[in-house]
Design a protein around this ligand. Structure first.
Ligand SMILES: *[C@@H]1O[C@H](CO)[C@@H](O)[C@H](O)[C@H]1NC(C)=O
Ligand SMILES: *[C@@H]1O[C@H](CO)[C@@H](O)[C@H](O)[C@H]1NC(C)=O
Ligand SMILES: *[C@@H]1O[C@H](CO)[C@@H](O)[C@H](O)[C@H]1NC(C)=O
Length: 683
């Protein structure tokens, strides 16, 4: 965030939160409200109250205990193929044809069999023609990507539209994303609201699952080794050590393992039975957090028969051990009148406050609900959104939903559909269809790149930024091994570049800085697209707005050379300086660039300037050389090289000044130039 803008705009204090499981790789959501989002004091209170009355009363703000299994929430899901053992759900007979086509498609992608893919596509088309909404959804995907069928956005849209009408929710995701991209917010917001509500159903009552992001398989340049290691589930060493400790009787380890199974963290599959077993062992050793989760499990009936009496007992035990989040569960039971003599809002509020006072996000959320609806308190929308804001910035998905709805309906906050759309989207993306990312990652970790690519492509179409960037990265990195298939055969190099470019573009639209840089580079060097300095500058500007040192550097460079941006040495210098400010690691390239700038200012028209100007043309060769020769030997070599270069330039300048005359042309040292691809901060 730009500090000056922040200071000017903000009305509240905001926290950047990092997420529980993958703090390094999770996107940070920060909700920023400006004064303009709020009703000013002059807005009549009556109007606000009138708006509030229109709030749909049927939604149970505290969470509905009757949650449905994923296969009901996400009809046509590929779960029966990837997790056949997960529940006793069998594919209904009318879907047999559809699932057989999906299986064929997956096997075609895994084994790189174009003929099999053609057969699968024929089956899908047949089923779609027979009116299966799920097959229609899949056909939309094939048209969107240009697999077997010629890429055709209009047809893709049409089939998703039919699929959505027939109840395929993944098609609804795809449509919502399409509408959002086209700024058709009225339509987007409606779909995302519906999807977010369904997603909420898979969340928990008091102990909300953290907002889990799909795993990024790369961090820009390289594979995200740390993130991948943490996703290996039971194969991960750290997990095995933990399990060993738990077996030896370590209660904290038992709790952690239970938690991993309960939420399905670190690449493990959700397994309520295993979670229950570990929590039960841990509570025997007096581990309080496990008591709270047992309360949750019994209230929810997750893998056990629901028993509110037991839930109350466990939550009470946990709260006695100063585990303040357990008070939420107690508050919930009193607000609903479950397992207690009767509903008591006063008591519920006391419990929620106790949790909130001890910085429990769910406590803030629940208080927000009380004030929003005027349950047990006088309705106060201002207080409500303040509570929601705190909860949202601590990662409570339900709070995102409530804020989205306030923006959507204009209750409590000024109506703002783009904002509502964005917030709903965050929640909607946690719906049951997010399992695609788990399967994609499992395939990737097994070395089944083709399947991973297909799954990420599907998710990309549903609007997931991380999947877009993962799919693009797989195309760039694995080339032919990505099993990218086109209309009439495997993708050519050009087709792959084009497809990668599309994915990167979408990711960059959604705020992925690295993607914005790549797009900038693609236009700058004319890779996978026509060379276009103006668009390159636009893309860099996009990354710049997020304070990306490399983008700033590139903009400086473009101003220096008058490419895509006006020739302006002062601005160039300013960008270089800013890059350095943001990222001290940019010192070397910035120094080099400033040197070049200085030369340009003081020795315009000299050979050095000509040499520097000719560099972008030699650049691709150098890049190859750097990648093949130098990268092997690591950083030190590059650094040494740059230092030498700098020295050479410097000495030459001195020599020239002393001699007062120009010297001959340089000995063809093609220095790996002062350019963008200097290993700046990886992002
Ligand atoms: C619920 O748990 C309580 C206390 O453990 C027990 O007495 C009761 O029989 C249980 N109810 C059901 C329906 O199992
Ligand atoms: C509700 O709880 C409050 C505070 O714990 C208590 O004073 C009050 O008597 C309770 N009300 C009912 C109807 O039980
Ligand atoms: C390059 O050097 C930096 C800092 O010395 C280090 O953090 C980074 O891991 C190195 N990268 C490679 C590819 O060796």
């Amino acid at each position: 965030m730009n500090p000056s803008v922040t200071a000017r705009k903000l009305a509240f204090s905001f926290l950047i939160f990092s997420l529980l499981a993958f703090p390094l790789h999770a996107r940070h959501y920060v909700i920023v409200l400006s004064q303009e989002d709020l009703f000013d004091a002059s807005t009549s209170a009556d109007a606000e109250v009138a708006a509030a009355e229109s709030f749909p009363p049927e939604w149970d703000e505290f969470g509905d205990p009757d949650f449905k299994p994923d296969h009901e929430l996400d009809p046509g899901s590929w779960r029966p193929i990837f997790e056949p053992e997960s529940d006793d759900h069998r594919a209904p007979p009318e879907l047999v044809e559809y699932y057989s086509a999906v299986v064929r498609m997956m096997s075609a992608a895994s084994n790189g069999e174009f003929g099999t893919m053609q057969e699968a596509a024929a089956e899908i088309e047949e089923a779609a023609r027979n009116g299966s909404p799920h097959a229609q959804s899949l056909l939309g995907f094939l048209y969107e990507m240009g697999i077997i069928n010629e890429k055709n956005k209009a047809k893709a849209f049409l089939y998703h539209y039919f699929g959505a009408q027939g109840g395929n929710l993944q098609s609804k995701m795809a449509l919502a994303y399409t509408y959002m991209r086209q700024h058709m917010h009225e339509k987007a917001v409606k779909l995302y609201a519906e999807l977010a509500e369904i997603a909420l159903n898979s969340f928990l009552i008091s102990k909300d699952s953290p907002l889990l992001e799909p795993v990024r398989i790369h961090n820009g340049a390289e594979e995200n080794k740390e993130g991948l290691r943490k996703s290996r589930g039971e194969d991960d060493d750290v997990f095995q050590i933990l399990e060993y400790q738990a077996q030896k009787g370590n209660a904290a380890a038992m709790f952690k393992i239970g938690l991993f199974y309960y939420f399905g963290l670190r690449g493990l599959r959700r397994d309520h039975a295993k979670a229950l077993a570990w929590f039960s062992k841990a509570v025997d050793r007096g581990e309080p957090r496990s008591m709270e989760l047992l309360g949750e499990i019994y209230a929810r009936g997750a893998g056990v028969e629901r028993n509110y009496t037991k839930a109350l007992e466990w939550l009470k035990l946990a709260s006695k051990q100063e585990l303040f989040s357990a008070y939420n569960g107690l508050g919930y039971l009193y607000a609903k009148g479950y397992g207690v003599e009767k509903k008591n809002y006063t008591k519920a509020k006391e419990y929620f406050e106790k949790a909130a006072d001890n910085e429990d996000a769910a406590g803030h959320y629940n208080l927000g609900v009380m004030y929003l609806k005027g349950i047990g308190v006088k309705r106060d929308l201002k207080l409500a959104y303040q509570y929601f804001l705190v909860a949202a910035n601590a990662g409570q998905a339900k709070a995102f939903y409530q804020l989205a709805r306030m923006f959507h309906t204009g209750v409590g906050l000024k109506k703002n559909l783009p904002m509502a759309t964005g917030l709903y989207k965050i929640v909607a993306e946690r719906g049951p269809w997010a399992s695609l990312s788990r399967w994609a990652l499992e395939a990737y970790l097994k070395g089944d790149v083709g399947k991973a690519f297909l799954l990420y492509s599907r998710m990309a179409e549903l609007g997931y930024e991380i999947a877009q960037s993962n799919a693009a990265w797989i195309l760039d990195k694995y080339g032919e091994r990505s099993m990218c298939m086109g209309e009439s055969g495997f993708c050519t190099d050009a087709e792959r570049h084009h497809r990668a470019h599309t994915f990167w573009w979408q990711a960059s639209e959604q705020g992925n800085e690295h993607a914005a840089l790549l797009i900038g580079d693609a236009y700058y060097y004319g890779r996978g697209t026509e060379r276009d300095y103006r668009r390159a500058a636009e893309a860099y500007m996009h990354a710049k707005s997020q304070s990306n040192a490399q983008a700033l550097f590139n903009l400086g460079y473009m101003h220096e050379h008058g490419q895509g941006l006006p020739f302006d040495l002062h601005l160039a210098k300013r960008y270089y300086d800013q890059a350095l400010e943001i990222d001290p690691a940019a010192k070397l390239p910035v120094t080099l660039a400033l040197t070049s700038l200085w030369i340009r200012k003081n020795y315009a028209e000299s050979f050095l300037v000509n040499m520097i100007d000719s560099l972008p043309d030699v650049y691709p060769k150098i890049e190859e050389w750097v990648e093949n020769v130098i990268m092997e030997e690591g950083n030190a070599t590059i650094l040494t090289l740059f230092v030498c270069l700098l020295t050479v330039l410097y000495l030459r300048e001195r020599q020239r000044r002393n001699a007062g005359v120009g010297v001959g042309v340089g000995e063809g040292v093609a220095p790996p130039q002062l350019n963008e691809h200097v290993p700046l901060a990886p992002n």
